[in-house]
Design a protein around this ligand. Structure first.
Ligand code: ZN
Length: 336
């Protein structure tokens, strides 16, 4: 992965921040879709009475907090791990079939769930972003939807997702958080063609905090882990570096260093016995409540509470508001 422009690598290490801010925090919640507790698992469909109620509670208690909600337009996954165990043991064949049953197309399509759409669209300070199309793929890594498709296939999937958002009456999302952060080059090329401004991919919650640190776990590797960067496709890249199991010290080190604290959660805590460490439950909610209170006390107005789309607009990716203006993009040092 060649990074053309890396905000913060040149003379002004805080070039991606607004002038009056020294560091930033953004918080994203993945896998949101209309499944209710009457379905296989709840993923936002119970609205305020379910897991999204925890998000709403945090937004009410923290007036500066913004949330990026990664929403899947037509969720079809029933299990994140293979349930067809015999098939899963057969090399070659297992890569060509779905190893868990799929929901029929359209079951969870956003435009068929107007109460859900009304609720998420009504959450304050909340930006919706695209989280795949169906959240499912053939082979062992069921949720990693983008793996080996061509650019044309990725483009068709993205456009179908956008059309479902539009049919549901939702604003066009500015970015994509690919399921499992799986981001092959064909997806990046398709995103650029479709006019997106950002992708959130490099997820690494273990690499020690340092200005020069790059991601080495899920999704894109070798991208800056504690600040946004600009990919060769003109897309702004947003890393993820913090989750429920991360320490308060890690958050403070990131922010003390002038970085982006990028926190993730999954809306589904218990998916058929597969328990997500970062699932949005009361415990994680209370940890974030304490953390956010501490952050405001420590950094005050120097901390930029923001969303991925707002950061992309500052950096000036090709699909962002700044990037669309002839002279709007920030002048960032080139390290190609
Ligand atoms: Zn996901």
């Amino acid at each position: 992965m060649v990074i053309l422009d890396v905000p913060g690598s040149g003379p002004d290490p805080a070039a991606w921040l607004p002038v009056d801010k020294r560091c930033a925090v953004c918080f994203h919640v993945d896998d949101v879709h209309p499944s209710t507790s009457a379905d296989a698992y709840e993923a936002g469909g119970d609205l305020g009475a379910g897991a999204l109620g925890h998000v709403e509670w945090l937004l009410e208690r923290h007036s500066r907090l913004h949330v990026t909600v990664a929403t899947t337009p037509d969720w079809r996954e029933t299990s994140p791990v293979p349930t067809r165990k015999v098939l899963a043991r057969l090399p070659w064949l297992r890569d060509r079939v779905f190893l868990a049953p799929l929901l029929p197309p359209g079951t969870m399509r956003l435009d068929r769930h107007p109460d859900f759409v009304r609720y998420v669209a009504g959450l304050p300070r909340t930006e919706l972003t695209l989280h795949g199309l169906h959240h499912v793929h053939r082979g062992l890594n069921v949720p990693a939807e983008f793996q080996n498709q061509t650019t044309a296939e990725c483009l068709r999937m993205l456009e179908e997702g956008l059309s479902i958002f539009a049919a549901a009456g939702l604003p066009r999302p500015a970015g994509v958080i690919p399921p499992r952060y799986s981001t092959p080059p064909a997806l990046l090329d398709a995103m650029a063609q479709a006019g997106f401004s950002y992708v959130a991919s490099g997820r690494d919650i273990h690499t020690p905090v340092a200005a020069s640190a790059v991601s080495g776990e899920s999704g894109l590797r070798g991208v800056p882990l504690f600040r946004p960067s600009l990919l060769p496709q003109g897309l702004v890249h947003l890393p993820t570096n913090f989750q429920a199991t991360s320490t308060v010290d890690r958050a403070l080190q990131i922010l003390d260093g002038g970085g982006l604290l990028s926190i993730k959660a999954h809306i589904i805590k218990d998916c058929l016995g597969y328990v997500a460490l970062d699932g949005m439950d009361e415990l994680y909610r209370n940890y974030l409540d304490t953390l956010f209170t501490l952050l405001h006390a420590r950094y005050g107005e120097s901390l930029w509470w923001t969303t991925m789309g707002a950061i992309a607009d500052r950096v000036g990716g090709r699909g962002s508001a700044a990037g669309r203006q002839p002279s709007g993009a920030m002048s960032l040092p080139s390290v190609a």
